[in-house]
Design a binder for this molecule. Structure first.
Ligand code: PLP
Length: 454
């Protein structure tokens, strides 16, 4: 008979702080997370390498159903459009498209990605300040919804429309004071100073294009549902003023994205899980404003939502492995992980929840978590309470589905694979780990630099 040898845990001396304990107790962060959707972390890492991004398809679909329910219970016509820049790995986009989401893109690159995924042109919303003439022409030919950011874009669309048989379907992006500061006023046309109304008149008096919608995206990681209520009221006022002056109905109001996910912002005392509003709260604020704005029943515009992070953040995990432990000169414990801030970009803003992936004893200690980059800024968590982790132990970083897989940087090593666990708990590779060849594929060596002698 064999018995499993107990793991040695070195004793630690812990400073006791007198005073009031945090009301949440001390153990909130470090319950072991050994499995994700029934797949053991250890097996996933053995099979697909470490570090590894893991996305739970079930979690995406559950979150989407919850958001969709919150809005559809309160408003008759609702349409989600997946924000590509939040996570544009094609398999992720297609889960949203299967659920009925259109595509919301902010560049020509993303526009073509959506087309290649099979999204019909008339279900692509084209946002952003930088749309080239060629990209606008393509979008006009495909009947896409073009959200105009500035007057130069408006005049360019006019020129293209003059040469074309197609009538561009356009909306304007409106920025406004919603009581949340700093105000995002660099995108689109301002409401308060009359720019938005001016742009509307310029479009309405042009016989070559149709103003079909009004758009706003008031910020990101917004914690105040009331700000969306104010924005929805201001867009509704514009729509009703258009109806009054031009006898034309605006087809849709697009409230953009920005709903906070459940991450914890750095420096906040309470955990994100406790502070982030629910979809019901955002939906209540938005739909109340539109329903009370004075539209008749058959004039009610379609409500479009471009929610990104709040739909995907929870579904993403980053699995990693301990490289080493050391003591800093001030005595603090430092643990070096095999993933750095280059693939966990959001660690600049969030205190990500990080769980050990194996059982552990009763000791805990405050530690700094470093990544493997040879750079001082490579700090995953400045201060985290964890049980002592040993070399080759694994951890699970939570709530990393938004922005990390689009903003990640290839730096000194290869970016990891991404695995999606399907609703039957079967893992699928959805992006291979990079290779030397995939990184160097676009490099070109001039002939005179090909050879050298050392
Ligand atoms: C980034 C962006 C979104 C999504 O924002 P989230 O904060 O991820 O919800 C939606 N609409 C526009 C125009 C954006 O730029």
């Amino acid at each position: 008979m064999t018995t499993k040898k107990l793991q040695y845990e070195r004793p630690v001396i812990q400073k006791l702080n007198t005073g009031v304990m945090n009301k949440f107790g001390t153990k909130t962060e470090y319950k072991p997370v050994t499995h994700i959707d029934d797949n053991s972390v250890k097996d996933l890492i053995e099979k697909f390498g470490s570090p590894l991004f893991v996305i739970s398809e079930k979690s995406i679909r559950d979150t989407y159903h919850n958001a969709n329910r919150a809005f559809k219970n309160r408003y008759p016509k609702v349409q989600f459009a997946w924000s590509y820049k939040t996570n544009y790995v094609n398999a992720v986009c297609n889960v949203f498209h299967q659920e009925g989401s259109w595509a919301e893109v902010v560049s020509g690159f993303e526009y073509n990605k959506a087309l290649q995924n099979g999204v019909p042109g008339n279900k692509i919303i084209f946002n952003g300040p930088d749309k080239s003439e060629a990209e606008l022409t393509l979008a006009i030919n495909n009947d896409s919804l073009i959200h105009i950011d500035h007057l130069d874009e408006l005049y360019l669309i006019k020129e293209i429309a003059n040469q074309s048989k197609k009538r561009p379907r356009v909306a304007i992006r409106v920025n406004m004071d919603t009581g949340v500061y700093p105000m995002w006023d660099r995108f689109g046309f301002n409401y308060e100073n009359g720019q938005a109304w001016d742009a509307i008149n310029k479009i309405m008096l042009n016989d070559k294009m149709d103003l079909v919608g009004l758009h706003s995206h008031i910020g990101t990681f917004m914690l105040a549902p009331s700000a969306y209520g104010i924005a929805a009221a201001k867009l509704s006022d514009l729509a009703i003023a258009i109806k009054k002056k031009y006898k034309k109905n605006i087809q849709y109001i697009d409230m953009g994205g920005g709903f906070a996910s459940k991450n914890t912002l750095k420096g906040s005392y309470l955990q994100g899980v406790d502070t982030s509003p629910t979809f019901d709260q955002f939906a209540e604020a938005i739909t109340t404003s539109i329903l009370n704005a004075g539209f008749t029943e058959n004039e009610l515009p379609l409500l479009i939502l471009e929610t990104g992070r709040a739909l995907i953040d929870d579904a993403g995990y980053l699995l990693g492995t301990v490289i080493s432990n050391k003591r800093l000169s001030d005595g603090r414990r430092a643990t070096i992980m095999d993933f750095g801030v280059n693939i966990l970009f959001t660690s600049f803003w969030y205190d990500h929840k990080i769980s050990p992936a194996q059982e552990f004893g009763q000791y805990t200690e405050d530690a700094v978590l470093y990544g493997p980059l040879c750079m001082n800024i490579d700090v995953i968590r400045e201060n985290i309470t964890l049980p002592p982790l040993m070399r080759n132990d694994h951890v699970v970083v939570h709530t990393v589905g938004a922005y990390n897989m689009t903003q990640w940087m290839q730096f000194i090593s290869l970016r990891p694979a991404i695995v999606m666990i399907d609703t039957k708990n079967i893992p699928h590779i959805i992006r291979n780990r990079e290779t030397l060849n995939s990184i160097q594929g676009d490099e070109v060596m001039p002939k005179h630099l090909k050879d050298f002698k050392l």
